[in-house]
Design a protein around this ligand. Structure first.
Ligand code: ADP
Length: 328
């Protein structure tokens, strides 16, 4: 028996896309239907809410999508939603359909929007962390991170083969404007010699002297994994500095780019997306509102939206030490 006032829910994907968003949408739709709710899909994030691009979803609407990257609901960035007028329009479009609960799958920007919206209008919102960057507090996982890292690992392994054939230094740029998790995880997993991330100062002199020292030992194959938002501004910039100091080292840059956002989600991403989507609806059914559903220590963890938007995860110091020791 539930005493929830939520009877019709909307679901949307917003901000940067990430693999596994479809699995989360599927879980929200099917859990909602299981509870006898009406479920509405909202297209292109908050844009669909403002422009009234909303449609009723059935169980079949989410058939055959769990394995697909991208998002069937599409995603977008919506300028109008930053303004009260835009959010009011969005509210009216929900209200006329009787939608009284919202699940937002996106990053911290999307949660900012959801928080404002829920404070201004009487519509409870649940956030699900959908971002490849894993830079949201209150959860050990974000939907899409594992897929992005595995894509990066596969690509870096291939680069290592060609680096090895030519005795080259490769500087590989991975995504992460503000967060270094993709660089850190993929760099450790591929045995990178250096990992440069936004959370740490980039000590180019230390990188150069370690490369010089390795050259003396005839260790000529070296990989440096750089997050796009490192202090120098990514792979090309780091390469310029390294080449200036080591002109004789055969150096190449590879920017992995958007392949990290695409592709079929890994088992882990499908699993966490399914669990989070299920618990998003369960939260609404038990009147637990305006929280982000995360997972910590393999248990569901609920973070008030205002805290999910502010804090970032911390880089584990021990991991940085491991990088140094294992690359020696
Ligand atoms: P992400 O969710 O991936 O971090 P963005 O930061 O681009 O992506 O945010 C996605 C959308 O969320 C924005 O285009 C906007 O519509 C909405 N949004 C973000 N921040 C706010 C805010 N402070 N107020 C209202 N809406 C916001």
């Amino acid at each position: 028996m539930n005493d929830s006032k939520v009877t019709r829910i909307g679901v949307l994907t917003s901000g940067g896309d990430s693999p596994g968003m479809n699995a989360a949408v599927r879980a929200v739709v099917r859990t909602g239907l299981f509870h006898g709710l009406e479920v509405y899909g909202i297209m292109r994030g908050y844009s669909g809410m403002v422009e009234d691009d909303i449609f009723k979803m059935e169980s079949r609407s989410v058939a055959n999508i769990i394995q697909r990257g991208g998002t069937v609901l599409k995603t977008a960035r919506c300028k109008e939603f930053f303004e009260y007028e835009g959010r009011k329009k969005a509210y009216e479009n929900l209200k006329k359909r009787g939608i009284n609960g919202l699940v937002v799958i996106g990053g911290d920007g999307s949660f900012n929007g959801a928080l404002k919206f829920s404070q201004e209008f009487d519509i409870p919102c649940i956030g699900l962390p959908g971002t490849i960057d894993k830079d949201i507090a209150g959860t050990d996982f974000t939907i899409g991170f594992d897929t992005a890292v595995n894509t990066a690992v596969e690509a870096i392994d291939k680069i290592r083969d060609t680096a090895d054939a030519h005795d080259r230094l490769f500087i590989i740029e991975v995504m992460g404007r503000d967060a270094g998790y993709i660089a850190l995880h993929s760099g450790i997993a591929t045995g990178a010699e250096h990992i440069l991330i936004p959370e740490r100062k980039t000590d180019i002199d230390a990188v150069v002297s370690s490369l010089q020292e390795k050259e003396k030992r005839k260790k000529l194959v070296n990989l440096i994994v750089v997050a796009e938002g490192d202090e120098f501004g990514g792979g090309e910039e780091v390469a310029k500095h390294v080449k200036a100091k080591l002109p004789n080292v055969d150096t190449r840059v590879c920017i992995l780019g958007h392949i990290q956002r695409g592709g079929s989600p890994t088992c882990l991403d499908r699993l966490i997306a399914s669990r989070m989507g299920y618990h998003a609806v369960e939260s609404l059914m038990t009147n637990r509102y305006n929280v982000m559903v995360g997972i910590q220590n393999n248990k569901m963890h609920y973070t008030p939206l205002e805290n999910a938007v502010k804090a970032k995860q911390k880089i584990n110091e021990e991991w940085m030490k491991i990088v140094k020791i294992l690359a020696s």
